[in-house]
Design a protein around this ligand. Sequence first.
Ligand code: SF4
Length: 287
Amino acid sequence: MNHPAELSLHSYLRGAVDGKSTMSQEVIDQVAEDIKVALHKQFNPEEEEPRKFKLRMSNIGRPTCQLWFQKNDPDNAEPKPTSFKVNMIMGDIVEAVFKGLLRASGTTFEDNDKVTLDLPKGGKVSGEYDMILDDKVDDVKSASPWSYENKFADFNTLNAGDSFGYVSQLVGYAAAAGKDIGGWWVVNKANGNFKYVSAEEANGKEVLENIEDTYDYIDKDKPFERCFEPVPETYFKKPSGNMKLSSNCRFCDYRYKCWPTLQALPSRVSKAKDKPIVEYVSVAEAA
Ligand code: SF4
């Protein structure tokens, strides 16, 4: 285990499974209130133009090319499926319930708060952290089984492929709140497993410099530059001649705009009966 509160949580949940732990009305009311607030945030946002592009803590760590598209070409984004909204609200519900479990297990923490990071050259980035526990800023993330195992394996694994910008988000919150960098409470949406992934290895100075650079690039409307290149497809280590979309671009809403030749096709090298779909940037001519 990576955090003492994990032990308290498991002990509380063991008691609940055995019919010995209870949950107070106060904790239940707080969970219900948090879900109520989340539903309003998702379906009745207070902002007049909630979809208007703005640099926020939640996006400041994303690749600059994606942010460039979001700001300059918002109408060409791939439409989000309706499941996106369900996923978002499910994430909020998981966060509310997980915080309730922490409270019920006797763990005390300061609840979410809005903060603003003042950048040295004058910009501002705002956002809302999830909690402060042991004087460190922590976030709660609900993850798919794949992401739970492979992405949130540990800090360095997450940091190496952090296309959602979770590290910048957390470091930005901590700097804005004047607290230490904590980590992520990660909940597997499929089976209820949870763990704490510490971000104590994060290089705060370097991450804050990256935040500044990103702010500068977007704010000054610098020319578009892709952050990733396509990758050669291989089969038994031999290149097939086809080029695939980088995994860093997989969730980019602008990938079809960015790579006009992009096509989703059954794998050109798989011998399986049901071939997986692969996004190809270019396909070699058949010999
Ligand atoms: S498709 Fe890839 S390179 Fe193009 S904007 Fe999206 S993340 Fe950047």
